[in-house]
Design a binder for this molecule. Structure first.
Ligand SMILES: NC(=O)c1ccc[n+]([C@@H]2O[C@H](COP(=O)([O-])OP(=O)(O)OC[C@H]3O[C@@H](n4cnc5c(N)ncnc54)[C@H](OP(=O)(O)O)[C@@H]3O)[C@@H](O)[C@H]2O)c1
Length: 388
């Protein structure tokens, strides 16, 4: 018969011959096992602690007499997979729920925010209204070829008034004529080389004068740049910065007063390489990162000043323009998306005054994944490099 604890007097030290271990050491052993059990995602149960502690020969403490005999001690083995019928009735036993319970608060917050963002992105529809572009006054750069040319045709079909610019006059003239047949209200063009620092002011002045103001400034042009390993050509990088970045800053700055008057928009065409660094694009990638830095900061400032000018940054993946296909042929394992669709996505995003547009849309997930789990090896596997 079990006697009350007080009647037993000092606790015996264990069976004869058992090594002497203090109660503190015994407690340490038990708590270590408890911690180990917890780290495996299970609450340490008293029987499990007893059993595991008892399994350690010599871990005998002041409570020796309370330990159940060895043959009664069993470490409960929880079935893991597949789930047992009784577990199916208890949602808390599903692996996801167990993982969720083990997660730290910031992990849970991150997970919840990610899921919410994914849902929003999935069900998101912009507020684009084609009618809003009828009569809109648009300055479009890089309009003689590729995505810019396709944007010119879309704006024309929506009934916009357009100023086109690029370097090649003869090509601009052809694009202008096609725009007129597609329904543009007015079309003008001005040849300009954006590697010259004086050209941006001249172009904006021309556009404001011809159209009587501006509703959209669409910055899209790029200088020619190779798709290859860094060759050490610093001078080319400096030149590319002028064409792809400084001219954008100068054009937007010159157009801001006109855009303030109309509550207009700056639309900046960028690339995934301006969010995620990729191989073979050192200088180009640098110019696109610079655009993100400058225009995202400017957006903050305009908002803080209660300005009604919006800034839309467009992040594009590989698009099937002649120049892009020629440069990347045999060097990437990525299928290109169609330029007319990319052009429409840019126009819609600008008209809806979105902060950022990702085209194709799945690029948004690629970018999110890169931010959470950057994996250079996976990224590099999309690029061919057979050595120098
Ligand atoms: N295509 C893609 O895979 C891809 C991917 C991501 C992002 N993007 C972005 O989309 C935009 C358009 O790309 P795209 O592939 O359509 O380019 P593109 O076909 O090479 O066209 C470039 C345009 O810029 C003009 N341009 C070139 N050098 C110029 C200069 N020095 N001054 C003024 N204009 C100049 C060209 O006309 P002229 O030769 O007549 O001057 C042409 O109209 C760029 O901002 C690019 O970064 C493209």
């Amino acid at each position: 018969m079990a006697a009350p604890r007080a009647a037993l007097g000092p606790a015996p030290r264990g069976p004869p011959g058992a090594p002497h271990v203090t109660g503190r050491e015994s407690g340490t052993s038990a708590s270590a096992v408890a911690m180990a059990a917890r780290s495996r995602g299970r609450e340490a149960e008293p029987a499990a602690i007893w059993g595991a502690a008892g399994a350690q020969r010599g871990a005998v403490g002041a409570d020796w007499e309370r330990r159940p005999p060895q043959h009664q001690v069993s470490v409960p083995q929880r079935p893991r997979s597949p789930l047992q019928p009784e577990q199916l009735q208890d949602p808390a036993s599903f692996p996801f729920c167990r993982t969720w319970r083990m997660m730290r608060p910031y992990g849970k917050a991150l997970c919840a925010a990610g899921s919410l963002a994914a849902l929003l992105a999935f069900f998101w529809t912009d507020t684009f209204q084609p009618g809003s572009l009828s009569g809109a006054r648009v300055l479009l750069t890089g309009a003689s070829a590729g995505i810019g040319e396709q944007m010119a045709y879309h704006y024309a079909a929506f009934g916009a008034e357009i100023v086109l610019t690029a370097r090649r006059e003869a090509v601009l003239q052809k694009v202008m004529e096609k725009c007129l047949t597609l329904g543009a209200k007015k079309v003008f063009y001005i040849p300009a080389d954006m590697s010259s620092p004086s050209e941006p002011d001249k172009v904006v002045h021309f556009a404001v004068q011809k159209l009587g103001g501006l509703d959209y400034v669409v910055l899209n042009h790029i200088g020619v740049s190779p798709f290859q390993m860094w060759s050490g050509d610093v001078e080319h990088t400096r030149w590319l910065m002028q064409v792809n970045f400084f001219s954008y800053v100068a054009l937007a700055t010159a157009a801001l007063p006109a855009l303030e008057k109309s509550g207009g928009s700056v639309v900046v065409v960028s690339s995934l390489t301006g969010k995620v660094p990729t191989p073979f694009t050192t200088s180009y990638s640098a110019t696109k990162f610079a655009l993100d830095g400058f225009f995202s900061s400017l957006r903050h400032e305009l908002t803080m000043q209660n300005s009604n000018v919006s800034i839309t940054l467009c992040i594009l993946g590989l698009i099937d323009t002649d120049t892009a296909l020629e440069k990347t042929r045999g060097k990437v394992h990525i299928s290109p998306s169609p330029a007319p669709e990319a052009a429409l996505a840019i126009i819609r995003g600008g008209a809806a005054r979105l902060h950022e547009v990702f085209y194709p849309r799945w690029l948004w997930h690629v970018h999110g994944l890169w931010v959470l789990l950057p994996s250079p090896r996976v990224l590099q596997s999309f690029y061919n490099y057979s050595g120098p």
